[in-house]
Design a binder for this molecule. Structure first.
Ligand code: HEM
Length: 535
């Protein structure tokens, strides 16, 4: 991620050319700042808003923009305290998207629930990852159609594939983390991502494809390449993007094509079965998996192109993109937080006891949807980690689309204004959370689930992981909040339960440091946890 696609450029162009290109990019940097203010109404508006970290003097925007590359977290924290808490928006300059407006929490609801015609979500999300180059088919991402599939099918029916999911998670952990009682280091984010990919593919395309190493490698590599290439393309001035965008995105899109190719024969076979089943009315028992749900939804769509095998295979790749990296990232952060929290407080034993007892009481004997919903301490631990180690100083790109602009706290915000939410500052606000910098695993657990000595702030805000609110933004907020969070919460808890029940993880004296770049916060891919199989 931190390489911003430079490694990709180096590979495609060679070292000299890649650095030559970087010089062109920096040389045209001032041009891109100018571009951000090309709309004069917008320019005038942004000029008038407070911008923390922008000091008077020549080139004040350029200096503030340079500072934002590494200094966005401090700039947002300052703006949040000074302005957002008083209900006022403020500006953060950005090398990627020009200056953007940070929305104060008091106005989240009003702004983020507005329809797409007034406040756009999809187009800015699309631009955020340079989807024109990294994804290419605008019907695939981000689209209401995809969101519908997640909402209408995956969120409602994942309980019916819970047995297969749990089985694959167990087998994948046994392979990736091993069965040995000797300590060994594993790269947390990457290995959890591999395990999540197998689990997601088990319930989307089933056996044996879910264990096809090439498929998983291409699907994961593509998913990881999108944000990296997206940033690399975004920092280019707009006139260079059509020229260099396809080059920077190429490595990733090659992985995407390779994954589509591997999915295609199964998709074609399943479409044939689906059509012949309709004609013959019977004889074939449709499989119960996400591919089938995708086909059934596509068949009801008025656009026949949605039934093209390639389209469906491409949607399967995007399911990996949506589900796999965020699950690996979230769970690795949870492990880093949890296993660096004070070891003598008995937190691991509490999670283990809860998992053992719940599974023992479950009549089906595996992690059903109902059993997983009883894991309150684990639910709270993951939510607390998503609060404590969230993924952005600001997040959730939106843009004013209404010709007349919109009103935020008495301020008229013109059409075209790019807006985001100060996620990390909210999660670290001591008016909202006591001792916010402390990782307090059972902060969100209901009082009746708490073990003795659960922690000074345990049970202070009982709320399930999937609840989205102004004070907890790990799954987004408003109209475009994550529709996959019900499935994600189940998946994460089954994975975490398997870890505490079957592995010891060595306590870490200090938590591996989060990386921060521009507005992004993420774990280091190389950070490891030390694990051994429990006897
Ligand atoms: C821990 C795992 C996950 C996290 C942290 C996460 C987080 C998020 C967040 C923050 C957003 C909102 C983005 C925005 O408003 O700009 C989002 C959107 C989305 N997520 Fe998730 N997600 C996770 C897992 C999943 C899974 C498993 C699926 C699919 C089954 C999924 C499908 C989607 C889709 C389709 C959207 C776009 C919604 C829209 O544009 O209206 N996510 N996710």
């Amino acid at each position: 991620m931190a390489s911003l696609g430079l490694d990709v450029l180096e590979e495609q162009l060679g070292k000299t050319q890649a650095y030559g290109l970087l010089t062109v990019v920096l040389g045209t940097f001032l041009y891109s700042i100018k571009r951000a203010f090309a709309n004069h109404v917008l320019e005038h508006f942004l000029e008038e808003q407070p911008c923390p970290g922008r000091t008077k003097g020549p080139f004040s925007w350029a200096r503030a923009t340079f500072r934002s590359v590494m200094g966005t977290p401090q700039m947002v924290a300052e703006g949040y305290e000074k302005y957002a808490k008083a209900g006022l928006p403020f500006i953060i300059p950005s090398i990627r998207k020009g200056a953007y407006l940070v929305i104060p929490p008091a106005h989240f609801k009003a702004v983020l629930s507005k329809p797409e015609s007034v406040v756009e979500a999809h187009a800015p999300q699309f631009e955020n990852v340079s989807a024109a180059y990294t994804m290419r088919d605008p019907d695939i991402y981000p689209s209401n159609y995809d969101v519908d599939i997640v909402k209408k099918h995956i969120s409602k029916k994942f309980g019916s594939v819970a047995r297969e999911l749990a089985e694959e998670i167990a087998l994948a952990f046994d392979e990736h983390w091993g069965l040995s009682s000797e300590w060994k280091d594993v790269k947390a984010w990457l290995s959890l991502q591999d395990i999540a990919a197998r689990a997601v593919n088990r319930v989307s395309v089933g056996l044996p494809l879910c264990r096809n190493e090439k498929l998983l490698k291409h699907a994961i590599s593509y998913s990881m390449s999108v944000p990296e290439a997206g940033i690399g393309i975004n920092i280019l001035p707009s006139y260079l993007q059509p020229l260099l965008g396809p080059l920077i995105a190429k490595k990733g899109t090659n992985h995407c094509e390779a994954a589509i190719k591997i999915y295609l024969p199964l998709v074609e076979e399943r479409l044939n079965q689906f059509h012949s089943d309709q004609k013959a009315a019977g004889g074939w028992m449709p499989p119960n998996d996400m591919l089938q749900w995708l086909i059934e939804e596509s068949a009801t769509n008025s656009n026949p192109e949605q039934m093209q095998p390639r389209r469906i295979a491409h949607r399967l790749v995007m399911l990996n993109f949506n589900a796999v990296p965020p699950s690996g990232l979230t769970l690795s952060n949870a492990l880093f937080d949890f296993y660096s929290a004070t070891p003598d407080r008995g937190f691991v034993e509490s999670l283990r006891e809860e998992a053992d007892r719940t599974l023992k009481e479950e009549p089906e004997g595996y992690w059903t949807k109902n059993a997983v919903s009883k894991l309150s301490l684990m639910d709270s631990t993951i939510r607390e980690s998503m609060r404590h180690s969230d993924f952005g100083s600001t997040a959730f790109p939106r843009r004013v689309a209404a010709a007349a602009g919109i009103d935020i706290g008495g301020i008229r915000v013109p059409r075209g204004t790019h807006m985001e939410i100060p996620m990390h500052a909210i999660h670290m606000d001591s008016d909202l959370y006591s001792d916010p910098a402390l990782f307090e695993p059972f902060r969100f657990a209901p009082k009746e689930a708490l073990p003795p000595d659960a922690g000074p702030h345990a049970g202070e805000k009982p709320q399930p992981l999937i609840t989205i609110e102004e004070t907890f933004l790990g799954f987004g907020y408003g109209r475009s909040g994550c529709p996959g969070r019900f499935f994600a919460s189940h998946l994460l808890k089954v994975m975490f339960a398997y870890i505490v029940q079957n592995y010891d993880i060595e306590y870490m004296e200090t938590r591996p440091k989060m990386m921060e770049l521009m507005e992004f916060r993420f774990p280091n891919e190389k950070s490891t946890v030390r694990v051994k199989r429990r006897q």
